[in-house]
Design a protein around this ligand. Structure first.
Ligand code: GRF
Length: 200
């Protein structure tokens, strides 16, 4: 299948700047991949708007819409199947992916985390909390990690990691901005690695 494009879903909850950088890298670097779905737990957010502008199908799926967790997970799997999704890229998705989905997509879900896992990961370690914790711990460097998702938060095997210096006088916000810049290069590089390794 020489012309097969790997079908990707982005799961997002917010701005979606990582989703955007992945989308642009796929086009600019000619990766044999395409987004066939952008799924969000929010009906409106930057990521959903971006997907709409670029002709990527969107789905708003929130656990609140379902009576049971099981029904929610089944709806998520149905959506993934309907859009022929092969890999899921979590990009600022602030919900835990249901275990049924993690199991169905074993080693086919990636997440990006704004620190050097296994440090500064786990429950409560998201957004600005991560950068606050890094500064409080007095670290001289931090970074970003792309890892496979397994049922435990931030625990799956690392695919790619890159360091970012902590500068004197950094605030959680200035550090977050420097790390995010790194994330925008790291996630496309990790996707390239995933697509290449898969073909070996
Ligand atoms: C990033 O820092 C990412 O590491 C984390 O959430 C943030 C998402 O930002 N998981 P965006 O929505 O991609 O702009």
């Amino acid at each position: 299948m020489a012309n097969h494009k790997t079908r990707l879903a982005a799961f997002c909850s917010g701005t979606g700047s990582n989703f955007r950088s992945l989308y642009h890298a796929i086009n600019e670097r000619g990766f044999p991949a395409e987004f066939t779905l952008c799924l969000s737990n929010r009906s409106e957010c930057g990521a959903i708007a971006f997907a709409g502008q670029h002709g990527i199908p969107t789905v708003h799926l929130s656990e609140k819409q379902y009576d049971t967790h099981r029904a929610f997970a089944a709806a998520m799997l149905k959506s993934l199947e309907e859009h022929g999704v092969e890999y899921i890229l979590l990009a600022g998705y602030l919900r835990k992916v249901p275990e049924a989905v993690v199991n169905a997509y074993s080693f086919r879900i990636l997440n990006i985390h704004p620190a050097l896992l296994p440090e500064f990961g786990g429950p409560g370690m998201y957004g600005i909390n991560v950068h606050k914790a890094v500064l409080e711990a007095g670290r001289k460097e931090t970074g970003a990690t792309v890892h496979y998702v397994d049922p435990e938060y931030d625990k799956g095997p690392v695919l790619l990691q890159r360091k970012v210096p902590v500068e004197p006088g950094d605030t959680p916000e200035s550090l977050a901005a420097r790390v995010l810049k790194c994330e925008h290069r790291l996630y496309p590089d990790a996707l390239e690695k995933l697509l290449t390794d898969r073909e070996i």
